[in-house]
Design a binder for this molecule. Structure first.
Ligand SMILES: [Zn+2]
Ligand SMILES: [Zn+2]
Length: 317
């Protein structure tokens, strides 16, 4: 079932890679020949998205590697690490686009881009929105952070292309109406694209770092887990329960108390039942570590002269 999940996530990543490749090539060529800074910025943006989708793909593949000795918790976190790589790339590309747009503004703009740049932008908007819809739904269905992050990326790309549309359209109106300062709208739109890329990159960095930390679940979430442990026959008390999110999955550490007089074998069986119960009831729980304690009803619970012949006979014989 997990393999099916990663196969679908992988298909989603490939749609992003191929879509962005076609868009980057189209916008790059049209941006260059039409002389539009905004469209070129948008093309670079799509090119950086290819790298982003590749990072998602690597993450999904690594997450599928089963747990091993060095990584007993599995490799689920690779997906979050892939999301961090995407974000850093976005920040880098954002600065680069901003720099080249500002340079263009200061060196002066003397003509509007060619009209066919508009057509390339409209195609880009339609393709990106379709990619967003597809990936967002798939990401939600599979519960894949990396795919959802990547889907929002496509949504930000729609805004990026809309900004380019305003820049190129404004410059064309300037040419038509003989208003030369409107030519500056094109590199200004390039700058706006850079800001959008930077903002999205920053948001993804914050989110991905949060998800990469082993963070303990909130109390209301662990309450359900504690109740489930207590419902298992033989468990007297839950001494401690820690649930850690690990990439997409949750790992549970439980310390539970059982009757101190039962055998090691019985205690072990109770622990096993707890583990099976948790993993059956909560599909996102990928592993459970159990520590069995003898139940301590508090001191003094027996008079001292009973201790020697009565308490823990197997230990004292
Ligand atoms: Zn490993
Ligand atoms: Zn993008």
């Amino acid at each position: 079932m997990r393999n099916e999940r990663s196969a679908k996530a992988e298909a989603g990543a490939w749609v992003g890679i191929i879509g962005n490749l076609l868009l980057a090539v189209m916008k790059g060529i049209v941006g260059w020949y039409s002389g539009s800074k905004a469209l070129l910025a948008d093309a670079f943006h799509s090119a950086s998205d290819i790298a982003g989708s590749l990072a998602v793909l690597v993450g999904i593949r690594a997450a599928r590697i089963p747990p091993d000795k060095d990584h007993p918790y599995g490799h689920g976190k690779a997906e979050s690490i892939a999301a961090i790589v995407v974000s850093i790339l976005l920040v880098f590309v954002g600065f680069e686009i901003a720099r080249s747009s500002i340079l263009a503004i200061f060196s002066g703009v003397h003509e509007a881009p060619k009209g066919y740049a508009v057509l390339a932008i409209i195609i880009s908007i339609i393709v990106k929105e379709a990619m967003f819809q597809y990936k967002y739904r798939l990401g939600r269905k599979l519960g894949s952070q990396a795919l959802i992050a990547n889907a929002w990326e496509h949504r930000s790309d729609v805004y990026s292309s809309l900004a380019a549309l305003v820049g190129v359209g404004g410059a064309l109106v300037g040419e038509w109406q003989h208003v030369p300062w409107l030519y500056y709208l094109d590199p200004l739109a390039g700058l706006a694209v850079a800001v959008l890329v930077l903002r999205m990159g920053y948001r993804l960095v914050v989110e991905a770092i949060h998800n990469t930390m082993d963070h303990v679940l909130h109390d209301e979430d662990s309450k359900e887990l504690i109740d489930a442990v207590l419902s298992v026959n033989g468990v007297i008390e839950v001494d401690e329960l820690r649930a850690r999110e690990h990439g997409h999955y949750v790992i549970v550490d439980v310390k539970l108390s059982v009757n101190p007089r039962i055998s090691v074998l019985e205690g072990h069986r109770i622990g096993k039942r707890v583990k099976q119960h948790l993993m059956n009831q909560f599909t996102h729980v990928s592993d459970v570590f159990i520590h069995v304690n003898p139940f301590d009803p508090g001191f003094p619970y027996k008079s001292n002269h009973h201790m020697l012949d009565d308490d823990h006979p197997t230990l004292l014989q």
